[in-house]
Design a protein around this ligand. Structure first.
Ligand SMILES: C[S@@+](CC[C@H](N)C(=O)[O-])C[C@H]1O[C@@H](n2cnc3c(N)ncnc32)[C@H](O)[C@@H]1O
Length: 239
């Protein structure tokens, strides 16, 4: 394995080279991983379908670019920001054929963009990875700053109020935490909160493959009725 140069991994929470190779395969190649991927894609598509073409979009913590590819294929101009050059390289490989895919080395709490630069700013599976809840709040404020007025922010987070509160070392927050943070900013409001994996990823992973479609049906029903108790929440914030 090549020795990472000091600038390859700008912050401690950035994924390293090994993680960049394993990321897609380990998470999304099994039937369980594919279902998870599909549930996440649906959340992003729900927001993206209302966008004008082409829109300017920023993904904070784009990882290997699985969401970027989908948005680029619809003709949008998509910026992927990452603190890991290894993950950025994977994202670049995945979106090579698209003219309007851009890659930026940086971190969530200091977005290197001017105010009001994007129509949509989103982040999925990142808030739980950052250094602390305070960091997460700084990152959310940055996402709001770079989103234009009447634009939209989609924020995924691990829910501290989920029904299954197993021990978890990553950052978790609640819809209440988000409301309290955004209440200080009159320019934004939470338009909706949806959720996935009401019964949690841990429970899903225990379900045998033949039971997955039943799990999916039950879980979707529960998530639809009680989004604020899901293990993963998606808040749509309107500016
Ligand atoms: C679990 S991956 C998610 C990647 C992508 N969003 C996805 O869902 O496939 C978390 C990503 O967040 C990046 N990351 C970690 N800390 C970050 C930070 N402070 N700001 C932005 N991205 C960060 C990691 O390098 C990693 O690529």
């Amino acid at each position: 394995m090549q020795e990472p140069n000091p600038e390859s991994k700008t912050i401690a929470t950035a994924y390293g080279e090994k993680a960049s190779y394993e990321y897609d395969k380990r998470r999304f190649s099994t039937p369980h991983g594919k279902l998870f991927n599909q549930l996440e894609m649906e959340q992003l598509s729900r927001v993206a379908r209302d966008l004008a073409h082409p829109s300017r979009i920023l993904e904070v913590g784009c990882g290997t670019g699985r969401f970027m590819r989908s948005l680029c294929s619809k003709g949008h101009k998509v910026y992927g920001l990452e603190p890991s050059v290894f993950m950025l390289d994977k994202a670049r490989e995945k979106t090579l054929q698209f003219e309007y895919a851009y890659y930026v080395l940086g971190e969530g709490k200091a977005l290197p963009f001017p105010n009001d630069a994007f129509d949509l700013v989103y982040s999925i599976r990142v808030i739980n990875q950052v250094a602390s809840l305070d960091y997460a709040f700084e990152m959310i404020k940055e996402m709001v700053r770079v989103c234009r007025s009447r634009g939209c922010i989609l924020l995924e987070f691990c829910n501290s109020r989920g029904i299954r509160r197993r021990k978890y070392r990553g950052v978790r927050m609640s819809v209440g935490d988000l409301e309290a943070l955004l209440n200080c900013d009159p320019s934004v409001c939470i338009e909706s909160v949806t959720g996935i994996l009401f019964l949690s990823q841990t429970v899903m992973n225990m379900v045998p493959v033949y039971g997955l479609s039943l799990f999916e049906r039950v879980d979707r029903k529960l998530a639809g009725c009680l989004p604020q108790l899901c293990s993963r929440c998606y808040a749509v914030i309107r500016k």
